[in-house]
Design a protein around this ligand. Structure first.
Ligand code: AMP
Ligand code: ZN
Ligand code: FE
Ligand code: FE
Length: 289
């Protein structure tokens, strides 16, 4: 049993953050840096949920042992429903599962092609950045729009990170390129085969119950209820949805390490212990060993 589960079997309340990012995707802190900061914030159970990669874990694990933080295997997957890019969190799977690893690797390659297309579209709009700068900002990790936004900012083509999304990269903006189709059912089956569960990330941002119900039919196991983008109404709405469909409920800060707002969030969006306990009981790998 993981140390955390032992703690939970008493009346002790565990402080958890189940949604965080590192430099392995689009976060600012290195994996050990994130773990160290989590320990300072009193977080005892941490899941690193980088976009489409689990590369943070080998380095994070060493730091976690040093600081006494329990690491729950995690990843944030992108799947497409129509033109919409939906994020699924996966937890408690085998970090070395070959089939899941291959699917993640393939998706990362597709992200490179997509980023190249976005940079071409920007050039078509007269906004020129060098692709090497996008690579630079990705620090060898998973290429995403935030890295293009940084390249735009650095080149003085936008005044703020947010402006890059508003003017060019956002879903309604002219240089937006959707990710390639990745069916939710196939990804969820891979996670299940690797011993894990899947959770719909931050549905309160832009989703409705019909999308949630379709994912439940495809094998969704849970819903992220506690998230900085969720107001009390959204929390109540998605907690009710989870109860209706007998789903797991989770929460986290979605910390990327940018700005004072995110900094305050880290450690402040902890899901109730009972939710964590239920989640850990459902997965084959409750601790990154
Ligand atoms: P990608 O996975 O490449 O589509 O990039 C998605 C990431 O971009 C999200 O996880 C956020 O970190 C960031 N992002 C998306 N929309 C915005 C926005 N309007 N402003 C700032 N960051 C955003
Ligand atoms: Zn992100
Ligand atoms: Fe997300
Ligand atoms: Fe996230």
């Amino acid at each position: 049993m993981s140390p955390c589960a032992q703690l939970l079997s008493s009346s002790y309340c565990v402080r958890a953050d189940l949604h965080t990012h590192t430099t392995a995707s689009d976060g600012r802190l290195s994996p050990p840096g994130l773990v160290e900061k989590a320990a300072l914030r009193g977080i005892e159970l941490l899941s690193i949920t980088d976009h489409d990669t689990v590369a943070a874990y080998p380095l994070a694990r060493i730091a976690a042992q040093q600081h006494g933080v329990t690491l729950l295997p995690g990843v944030e997957l992108s799947v497409q429903v129509g033109r919409r890019d939906i994020h699924l969190l996966a937890y408690g799977f085998d970090l070395t599962d070959p089939a899941l690893g291959a699917a993640l690797a393939e998706y990362r390659t597709k992200r490179i092609t997509r980023a190249e297309t976005i940079v071409e579209r920007l050039a078509g709009l007269g906004v020129r950045i060098r692709f090497e700068r996008v690579w630079y900002h990705a620090k060898g990790g998973v290429l995403g729009r935030p890295h293009i936004a940084k390249a735009l900012l650095e080149a003085g083509l936008v005044a703020t990170f947010g402006e890059a999304f508003d003017r060019y990269l956002g879903t309604e903006a002219p240089a937006y390129v959707a990710k390639t189709d990745q069916p939710a059912s196939a990804m969820m089956a891979l996670v299940h085969a690797a011993g894990g569960v899947t959770v719909l990330a931050h549905p309160g941002i832009n989703l409705d119950e019909a999308v949630g119900a379709a994912l439940v039919a495809d094998g969704l196991d849970g819903v992220e209820v506690v998230h900085p983008s969720h107001n009390p109404l959204a929390k109540r709405r998605w907690a009710a949805f989870a109860a209706q469909h007998d789903l797991l409920t989770t929460g986290g800060s979605d910390y990327h390490g940018f700005g004072t707002f995110e900094d305050e969030n880290f450690g402040s969006y902890t899901p109730p212990s009972a939710w964590v306990e239920r989640l850990l009981a459902r997965v084959a790998h409750p601790e990154a060993a």
